[in-house]
Design a protein around this ligand. Structure first.
Ligand code: DGY
Length: 307
């Protein structure tokens, strides 16, 4: 009988398939993620681990897990895991692609619409009692029809965002891995990021890229906070070079309540909820369990992380 540890409670009932298959299931029922020391203790007798993006799985942890056969990450990204270190130890790494594409693309459009139409600021005038009268020139935003959207990362989520944006009449272009970002950024009214975080993409959007963006342009990020040089972003927003930002992801997470980003008017920061629909999160549980059961049967993972 294998021991399967899950670092957090997961939505849906797919975890039940683990005891049904004759394995021992141990679910950690705390709201906060385990500390590195607790995670090492958990991993010590684990044949399989289901982790979230808040769990750092590095070589040190893997060395403390002599029986481990699989780490099934409850996310499409695996940047919290040293995938190479795991594969070198014959430990498989799984992710949960596809099932969160629509949820994340929807959230990207929600952020895009919010900052394009100054919703955070406008809503605050109502709750603060500062709304005095209907104003002909109040809260004027960007009309999406005809506006140019640059999707950085034409993968599953990037394409799903592009389809939605096209339905709003946006003129959508995609920038792939080989694109010269500095050449394409100046044309875009809105830039949205959909690439995985890696050594190559860390701070992909830095000072130079922000400076290359059109004055007044908007930046949307539902991928990973590490893709953006956040100090440079704050500076570009403070100087008024950018018109706003919609961020579901930041560095760090959670963002401290007094972070300068939160002081800026047309900035909406969300607590990393891109995949948070009932459907997506239930299906993510199913995929994570599928990865675990395959590995415990000695089969290839249905959804392995990219090496
Ligand atoms: C992911 O899956 O990588 C998201 O960021 C969390 O669902």
């Amino acid at each position: 009988m294998a021991i399967v540890h899950v670092t957090r409670e997961l939505p849906g009932d797919a975890l039940q398939r683990i005891p049904d298959a004759g394995h021992q299931l141990v679910v950690r029922r705390e709201q906060m993620p385990p500390s590195p020391a607790e995670l090492r203790r958990i991993a010590a007798d684990a044949d399989a681990l289901i982790t979230t993006l808040a769990d750092r799985v590095n070589a040190e942890l893997l060395d403390a897990a002599p029986r481990l056969k699989v780490v099934a990450n409850y996310a499409v990204g695996a940047d919290n895991i040293d995938v190479q270190a795991a594969l070198r130890r014959d430990i498989a790494v799984g992710v949960t692609p596809d099932v969160l594409t629509d949820a994340t693309a929807d959230m990207t459009l929600a952020l895009l619409l919010s900052v394009a139409r100054h919703i955070p600021v406008a809503a605050r005038t109502v709750t603060d009692g500062a709304w005095k009268t209907w104003e002909p020139a109040g809260h004027l935003g960007l009309e999406l029809r005809g506006a140019r959207l640059l999707v950085v990362g034409p993968g599953r989520i990037g394409r799903a965002v592009g389809e939605r944006a096209a339905a709003f009449g946006m003129d959508v272009t995609y920038a792939g891995r080989d694109a010269d970002l500095l050449a394409v950024l100046p044309d875009a009214d809105v830039v949205t990021l959909h690439v995985p975080l890696s050594l190559d993409t860390r701070k992909l959007i830095g000072e130079a890229e922000l400076a290359a963006m059109k004055p007044g342009a908007l930046l949307i990020n539902t991928a990973r906070g590490g893709l953006v040089d956040q100090d440079a972003l704050v500076d570009a927003l403070e100087r008024g070079h950018l018109g706003g930002a919609g961020l579901d992801v930041t560095t760090p997470e959670p963002l401290p309540p007094h972070d300068p980003l939160l002081e800026l008017p047309n900035v909406l920061v969300l607590p990393h909820i891109g995949s948070a629909t009932v459907t997506a999160r239930h299906r993510m549980t199913e995929l994570a369990v599928g990865n675990v059961l395959a590995a415990l049967d000695g089969d290839p993972l249905p959804n392995p992380a990219k090496a």
